[in-house]
Design a protein around this ligand. Structure first.
Ligand code: SF4
Ligand code: SF4
Length: 364
């Protein structure tokens, strides 16, 4: 067993209330004992380059614990100072100079959620200007590998181009665009999405012609080819504040309140603080269940994805879509439609630039 990515959910608390957030808020925080027991327990499977991601809620609400974990891992030589294997996903509201120094010194990868022109409406009133100020400071930091992630709801779809234009103008070099899949997109919003994605392609092409850079990750050619596989649960693990091990934070969230269902037992690895020598056996069994989330196993209302000519370019998170009582391998029509729009624009972009094979990928 080898863990490539370990996500620690430091807290389920957050100071924002984003409209599209799929997580239920809770004031649970991981304590040091759980963090240390988890790291000690999983340590044999962690290599020097295992990525450690701090997640939440808002992980900087648990900044003291984050610092303690980094210092502990460094003392165990699991994270050499030169690597960039620590990551954090944050709303940026707690990134003062002390936090930025810490991220810089430890060469963090920082993904800041920022919705550009829809920030104040979708995330937190008056947070636009503050987040812009933080971004301006982060891009100056030499050792922070920085990117933003913007999520757009159907109501905010017409702000995509101007939001990304604004983020590019701030000097951000890695910009992810996400769509809120927790609600249905109707025909008018899909039509608007097609227009915005075409505009975004144009905008990115213009930027590329001027600078040679492709900041919007959607349009970057992927090296990987072949059928997409959700990475959850194979060598990607997530630990919750109380020490539960899941394949991904989204599975933890999806199965909240469903502990009595047979599916829960298929995807829950158990508690990191309660395991003994049986973990390996358990790991093999549970991770085999996660492996079914390959794109050619999915299906739509009227067809199976393995028959679709786009199957090698498509990817669908099994969990991040509604209504959540759909079977995990089912793709609702609006998501299939969204993916076709994205793939179309990715292909147009790749044709213009003669880059490699486009492929929908997730920053997860
Ligand atoms: S595709 Fe979804 S479930 Fe799979 S790793 Fe990404 S976010 Fe998690
Ligand atoms: S475009 Fe739709 S049918 Fe084709 S692989 Fe993707 S989800 Fe399946």
């Amino acid at each position: 067993m080898k863990i490539i990515s370990l996500i620690l959910i430091l807290t389920e608390d957050c100071n924002f209330r984003c409209k599209y957030c799929y997580q239920t808020r809770d004031n649970r925080y991981m304590n040091w004992e759980t963090a240390k027991q988890t790291l000690d327990f999983l340590s044999p499977a962690m290599k020097k380059n295992t990525g450690i991601t701090f997640s939440g809620g808002e992980p900087f609400l648990a900044f003291p614990l984050m610092k303690k974990v980094v210092s502990y891992l460094k003392s165990k030589n699991r994270a050499p100072a030169k690597s960039k294997k620590f990551s954090v996903s944050t709303n940026g509201s707690f990134l003062d100079n002390e936090a930025l120094d810490f991220l810089d010194q430890n060469r963090f990868r920082v993904e800041l959620s920022f919705d550009g022109r829809s920030q104040n409406r979708a995330r937190r009133k008056n947070s636009f200007a503050k987040t812009v100020a933080v971004i301006k400071k982060i891009v100056e930091r030499k050792h922070i590998s920085f990117g933003t992630n913007s999520t757009f709801t159907p109501a905010a779809v017409t702000t995509i181009c101007k939001s990304i234009e604004c983020i590019i103008s701030l000097g951000v070099r890695k910009i992810s665009v996400s769509l809120d899949l927790t609600r249905r997109w109707n025909r008018p919003s899909l039509t608007k999405l097609a227009g915005e994605m075409s505009g975004l392609r144009e905008l990115t092409l213009q930027h590329y012609r001027k600078t040679g850079a492709i900041p919007v990750t959607l349009f970057r050619a992927e090296k990987e080819k072949g059928i997409w596989q959700c990475p959850a649960g194979s060598n990607h693990l997530t630990v919750t504040p109380s020490g539960e091990i899941w394949g991904c934070p989204t599975f933890y969230e999806y199965f909240k309140g469903k502990a009595a269902t047979p599916a829960y037992r298929e995807f829950y690895f158990g508690k990191s603080t309660g395991f003994t020598e049986d973990f390996e056996k358990m790991y093999r069994k549970i991770s085999s269940h996660y492996r079914r989330f390959r794109m050619d196993n999915y299906y739509t209302t009227d067809s199976r994805c393995f028959l679709c000519p786009l199957v090698e370019k498509c990817g669908v998170c099994p969990v991040l879509r509604k209504p959540s009582n759909h079977p995990l391998l089912y793709v609702p029509p609006y998501i299939c439609e969204i993916n076709k729009i994205l793939i179309d624009e990715m292909e147009n972009f790749a044709r213009e630039l003669k880059t490699g094979q486009p492929f929908i990928s997730f920053s997860c």
